[in-house]
Design a protein around this ligand. Sequence first.
Ligand SMILES: C[S@@+](CC[C@H](N)C(=O)[O-])C[C@H]1O[C@@H](n2cnc3c(N)ncnc32)[C@H](O)[C@@H]1O
Length: 482
Amino acid sequence: MKQIINIKTYAEPQQVCCLATVDNCKACKANDNCLMLREQLAFYNRLGISQIDDDIDTDSLTNIRYLWQDSTRTKKYDPSWNYAEDNTRAYTHPIHPYPAMMIPQVAGRLIDMYAKPKTVVLDPFCGSGSVLLESFIKGYDSYGIDINPLSLLISKVKTTPLNHRLLQNELEKIIRKISLIKKIDSPDFFNIDYWFKPDVTSKLAALRKAIYSISNERIRDFFRVIFSFTVRASSNTRNGEFKLYRIDDKKLLNFNPDVIGLFKKRAKQNIDAMTELWKQFKEDETQVNILNEDARYRTSIKDGLVNIVVTSPPYGDSRTTVAYGQFSRLSLQWLGFNGQSLDTDNRSLGGRLDIDNLHLGYGSPNLRCAIDLISRVDNKRARDVMAFYIDMNKCFVELSRIVKKGGFLCMVVGNRTVKGIQLPTDEIVADFGEHAGFRHIETIIRKIPNKRMPSKNSPSNKVGELGSTMTEEYIVIMEKTK
Ligand SMILES: C[S@@+](CC[C@H](N)C(=O)[O-])C[C@H]1O[C@@H](n2cnc3c(N)ncnc32)[C@H](O)[C@@H]1O
């Protein structure tokens, strides 16, 4: 018999239900009568994730759009955070491009706002290491976590002062060695001929051989970063795209990149960038710890060690937003990585729907509203969105363990639009934070200068299908109270 559930609003979870799924409902043990649980099941059924074969009236959710009220959290637009005209290329910040880099001024200002002597800073999605470099030059020890080996390499080199004169000598040696190399072992990875012209491949192979003969690991890594830049710049990929799209055939005919010239030019720029870092910080003992770990799970960082988290997580799953794995793949293949190291996109937040932890997404009323609206139009997309936020909430569980009571969490997020519904990510992460022992202090809204993100992206990951990306981002600031 069809059972109608007459509830008009979502009761707040902690008062009524433990938010467990039907198999492990812990609190009231009254599965058949628990309205919260039944409402939750109706919600999953709408998503097409059938938890139970039950006759639940999915229309019981129709009131939800009215529940999505204006936020009561402190939120303001502050133009002093825009930094549209400022120099974002100080020290080693510009040594390698990376999608959605954080502006150094934003990272530095957040650290200044909350740091005390001996503060430890964490960026659990460190990308190219902008937050780590800002912590380093301000004298605070830091930890950076990422699943992308290219990110870890760039972060390490960016925060390691090296003598610019040694680097200049090494550059000259590399150029001499290349002209002497007779036998070249070209790598043989899938589709190499599709992405590189034969002449480019043999020059890159010679360059790689010369770089890999450097015995000092730090210096070798410095040149590996320049090599990675050169791989991207001389590949058949389209300019200005983070995803892997090939230059069209007509343009490819006239595409003849000067591999060694590109390398030399970039090396000069990066040595110049390193000069200031070396002069000012050569004797600095500030530590930067870079961890090849996954922010969703328990990390090697000790309980309560971190005082400030400054981070910008991915905007959404890698299929429909920025694909860090695709961005890095050609560089990583040339740098000798394979297997799981190339699989960043599947391991990134939202890579797969964790069906056993659906309750981690359900806990945010803002997310429930958004998901419910999207699922009315496209429940596959709604599941992808849900997958991303479930993973995001797992990171909050871990942050709650490693951030000290009284510490701060500053998270820069974008409120992207899916199927015409703007996802209130700033509100959703504040919901997650509050469940994980943080108190929301304020959310600052800033404009994103066009140059940091392409103004259009491909939400469907199909060539030619464009959607607008965000023009503003939200800095959500919270304090750990428990
Ligand atoms: C927006 S980028 C960070 C950019 C960085 N703020 C910068 O300035 O370069 C997000 C990063 O999160 C990383 N990431 C995605 N899923 C992750 C996970 N599960 N654990 C750790 N890092 C992850 C991506 O590889 C990417 O480098």
